[in-house]
Design a protein around this ligand. Structure first.
Ligand code: AR6
Length: 175
C-alpha cells in the first residue's frame, strides 16, 4: 500500500498551494531556465536577492528561502545532478536531493511539500529512473516522519505523470 500522503499532480508547480515547493536549481542558485525560471518569475526579484546571499549549493544538497509572491511560504532549492551516463553517482545524488529537501521542509515545520521532477529536463536524467528514485526516497523518509502530511509530485507533462504513477504503483515491489 503506497503512503496515502503521497500524490501526483499534473501542472505548474508555481500555482500549487503547499507550504514548500522544491526548485530544480543549479549550484549557483542564481536562477536559470525550466522550472527554476518559472519559480523566480512567479516569486519576484526578492527571491534572487535572498539566493545571492546563500553563496551557492553543491550538487545533491538543498537550501531554503522564502516564497515571496508564490502561494508557497518556502522554496527549497535542490541541485540535481547533470546526467552523464549514470556512472558518475547520479542516482545517489538525485536521492540525496529529495532527502535533503524533505529534511529542510521538516525543519521549517512545513506540512505539505511539492516536488518537480528534478534533473529530468535540462539536466537530462532519464524520467522513468528518476521517478523511481523520487518515490522510493520520499516513501522511505515518510516511513520515519509523522509531521509531514502531504508530498505532491508535480509533473509538467503526461510522460512524467505516467512514470510517477508506475513508480508509485511499484513502491516496495521488485520490478
Ligand atoms: N512546474 C512543474 N514542473 C516544471 C515546470 C513548472 N512550471 N517547468 C518545467 N518543469 P528543468 P533540471 C519540469 O529543466 O533538469 C535550469 O536552468 C520539466 O518538464 O527545469 O533539474 C536550472 O537553473 C522537467 O520535468 O530542471 C538548472 O541550470 C522538470 O521540471 C537546470 O535547469 C525539471 O526540468 C536544472 O535542470
Amino acid at each position: 500500500m503506497p503512503d496515502p500522503r503521497i500524490s501526483i499532480f499534473e501542472g505548474d508547480i508555481t500555482r500549487i498551494k503547499v507550504d514548500a515547493i522544491v526548485n530544480a536549481a543549479n549550484s549557483s542558485l542564481l536562477g536559470g531556465g525550466g522550472v527554476d525560471g518559472a519559480i523566480h518569475r512567479a516569486a519576484g526579484p526578492q527571491l534572487l536577492e535572498e539566493c545571492r546571499g546563500l553563496g551557492g549549493c553543491p550538487t545533491g544538497e538543498a537550501r531554503i528561502t522564502h516564497g515571496y509572491r508564490l502561494p508557497a511560504k518556502w522554496v527549497i532549492h535542490a541541485v540535481g545532478p547533470v546526467w552523464r551516463g549514470g556512472s558518475h553517482g547520479e542516482e545517489a545524488l538525485l536521492a540525496s536531493c529529495y532527502r535533503r529537501s524533505l529534511e529542510l521542509a521538516d525543519q521549517a515545520h512545513a506540512q505539505s511539500v511539492a516536488f518537480p521532477s528534478i534533473s529530468t529536463g535540462i539536466f537530462g536524467f532519464p524520467k522513468e529512473r528518476a521517478a523511481v528514485i523520487a518515490l522510493e526516497t520520499c516513501a522511505a523518509f515518510l516511513a520515519n516522519n509523522h509531521s509531514l502530511e502531504k508530498v505532491v509530485f508535480c509533473c509538467f507533462d503526461p510522460d512524467s505523470v505516467e512514470a510517477h504513477r508506475r513508480a508509485l504503483d511499484h513502491l516496495g515491489n521488485p520490478p
